[in-house]
Design a protein around this ligand. Structure first.
Ligand SMILES: [Zn+2]
Length: 316
């Protein structure tokens, strides 16, 4: 039987789990509701349930009892990756801060873990970055900045092959960088004028409304649709939001000089109306040495966090 690890991606609504081989290739994937609003017990039980279903199927296929060489977990929230403990999270999760995820998953899967098998836990965006770094758009690079532009903004930095965690477990996090042109918008952190307040999907929609946009348009998808139908305010909102991301990337590049920048998430899927102003803003701000830093779309889609989680399990 091949050696396998369990890779897990715990989100606010869904948890995905997969068995992965030595090259972090996902062999089988299952998804279930996270039950984050119930309790940490419910989330751990979701992980255990998915793992058992995957392992039972593998047992049948291989004709022997499958053991795990390790577990890699990416989870929403700020994570102390050294201890596998949740530092803080949004209130989508009930009582998630303080949860000893590594310890609890180890206990829940004790009879399936090989001797000395590691349980590696990190933030989900860091897992996503690890996946793109190992196998996706940043494969082969020695450093990368990976930014997910979805409803909010998440990012991870890898330098010389190692993730930047920081002294307070939020290293590489661009969401709360102060950004010109976002002063009128509130950020989920309670302050105003941060990148996420204009650059994330919710921020883009809020900015559209602040410019006098159509109030019957209720989300980012609606703003994109309005722009495609000739709504000039919607086009402006998208351009401003994308430019805020591009300016922040230029600032981040000046600090860390990544070999590649990788952009993932739903908002960039708006297309040229987003990418063109984002790239223009980057080029307007980046110093000469950073003008040609490749800025690439992510290559792995939804598999990125699972493949990154698998990589962390093998490496730990
Ligand atoms: Zn903020």
């Amino acid at each position: 039987m091949p050696e396998v690890v369990l890779a897990v991606d715990i989100g606010g609504t869904k948890t995905a789990a997969a068995l992965a081989d030595r090259d972090d290739v996902l062999l089988a994937t299952l998804v279930a509701p996270s039950r984050a609003a119930e309790s940490p017990d419910a989330v751990v039980e979701t992980v255990r349930g998915l793992a058992e279903r995957l392992l039972d199927a593998e047992d049948v296929a291989s004709g022997m009892r499958t053991t795990l060489a390790g577990v890699g977990i990416g989870t929403a929230g700020v994570v102390d990756a050294t201890t596998g403990v949740i530092v803080s999270s949004t209130d989508t999760f009930a009582n998630w801060p303080g949860t000893r995820v590594a310890e609890r998953v180890r206990a829940a899967l004790a009879d399936r873990l090989a001797d000395g098998a590691p349980v590696a836990v990190q933030n989900d965006v860091d897992a996503h970055a690890a996946g793109e770094f190992a196998h996706g758009a940043a494969a082969g690079a020695s450093s990368a900045l990976v930014v997910a532009v979805g409803t909010g903004i998440g990012s991870g930095v890898i330098i010389d092959g190692r993730p930047v965690r920081g002294a307070h477990h939020v290293g590489g996090e661009l969401a709360h960088v102060p950004i010109r042109g976002a002063e009128h918008l509130g950020c989920p952190c309670g302050r105003a004028g941060h990148l996420e307040a204009i650059g994330g999907g919710i921020g883009l929609h809020q900015h559209y409304l602040s410019l006098g946009g159509d109030r019957t348009v209720t989300d980012t998808r609606g703003v994109a649709g309005a722009a495609a139908s000739g709504d000039a305010v919607a086009a402006q909102a998208i351009a401003d939001s994308a430019a805020a991301v591009g300016r922040t990337l230029a600032g981040a590049a000046a600090l860390i000089d990544p070999e590649r920048i990788v952009i993932t998430g739903g908002v960039p899927q708006i297309g040229d109306a987003w990418w063109q102003p984002m790239l223009s803003a980057y080029r307007a701000e980046a110093i000469d040495a950073l003008q040609n830093t490749p800025i690439l779309p992510g290559a792995l889609g939804d598999d990125a966090p699972l493949r990154g989680a698998a990589a962390s399990a093998w490496r730990k």
